[in-house]
Design a protein around this ligand. Structure first.
Ligand SMILES: [Fe+2]
Length: 247
């Protein structure tokens, strides 16, 4: 497998703030203190933000994309409904983002994180760590195996529950493209009751975070599959013969 090439410099398209969650959204209580208190300032991106970091496949361990086994004792596996999550990382022009580092973390099948400050009474699974990573291929594709995380309650309102979700961090071709987001599962009724998701005003934007069940990619007698495509910021494009460069 060839190592990804360093990215060329070039500015990025500004984020559409109407599409992303509002920083200040009182139903999500901690957003009140965390959100900016003054107007935002815009700076042009620097060369290092546009061209790095570059990740090589050599940094990955053989089980990094298998959360069912990467924390388990030899011969054992994590408890829970087995899933495969796969998709493509693209930019806004639909071009594949190659060599992107996709990192994921999640609660176990009972909704419990392996974290010192975790307060939920659901039990830890001794064979589940909850972290994994994978690098996209030449077509921008990634895939990992896991167990479906459970929903969990959290101290926000009187009785708020997070829907089942997987946290994602994606490093694209440059730091300026980094995206931290969450994936939800098709059909989960808690999605539309979640105060964090409620901070996203556009229903179409929320739907891009909900991965559909992909029966065509299931592993019979093993795992269901969910498809989650991810779109990162695109570069400002120079036109070449009336089409964007690289298309
Ligand atoms: Fe979470």
């Amino acid at each position: 497998m060839t190592e990804p090439k360093p990215a060329q410099p070039g500015g990025y398209v500004p984020r559409n703030r109407g599409w992303h969650p509002a920083p200040y959204y009182p139903p999500y209580k901690t957003s009140v203190k965390r959100s900016p208190q003054a107007a935002l300032l815009s700076f042009p991106t620097t060369l290092s933000e546009e061209t790095g970091p570059v990740f090589g496949h050599g940094m990955l361990g053989p089980k990094d994309n298998d959360l069912v086994h990467n924390f388990a004792v030899d011969g054992q596996s994590a408890i829970g409904p087995r899933i495969v999550v796969h998709g493509r990382v693209m930019d806004q022009a639909g071009r594949p983002v190659r060599g992107a580092l996709v990192e994921v973390w999640q609660a176990n099948a009972g909704g419990r994180y392996r974290h010192k400050k975790e307060s939920y009474l659901a039990p830890l699974d001794p064979n589940f760590g909850g972290c994994g990573r994978v690098i996209t291929d030449e077509d921008g594709r990634y895939e990992f195996r896991s167990v479906q995380p459970g929903p969990y309650p959290w101290p926000n309102g009187m009785n708020d529950w997070r829907p089942s979700h997987i946290h994602f961090s994606i490093f694209g071709a440059g730091f300026a493209q980094r995206l931290i987001t969450q994936m939800y599962f098709e059909g989960d009724p808690l999605i539309w009751r979640c105060p964090i998701i409620g901070g996203i005003s556009d229903k179409a934007a929320i739907e891009t975070l909900v991965a559909p069940l992909d029966m065509g990619a299931t592993l019979p007698m093993d795992a269901r599959a969910y498809k989650f495509d991810i779109v990162l910021r695109g570069r400002r494009q120079s036109l070449f013969e009336n089409r964007p460069e690289g298309m």
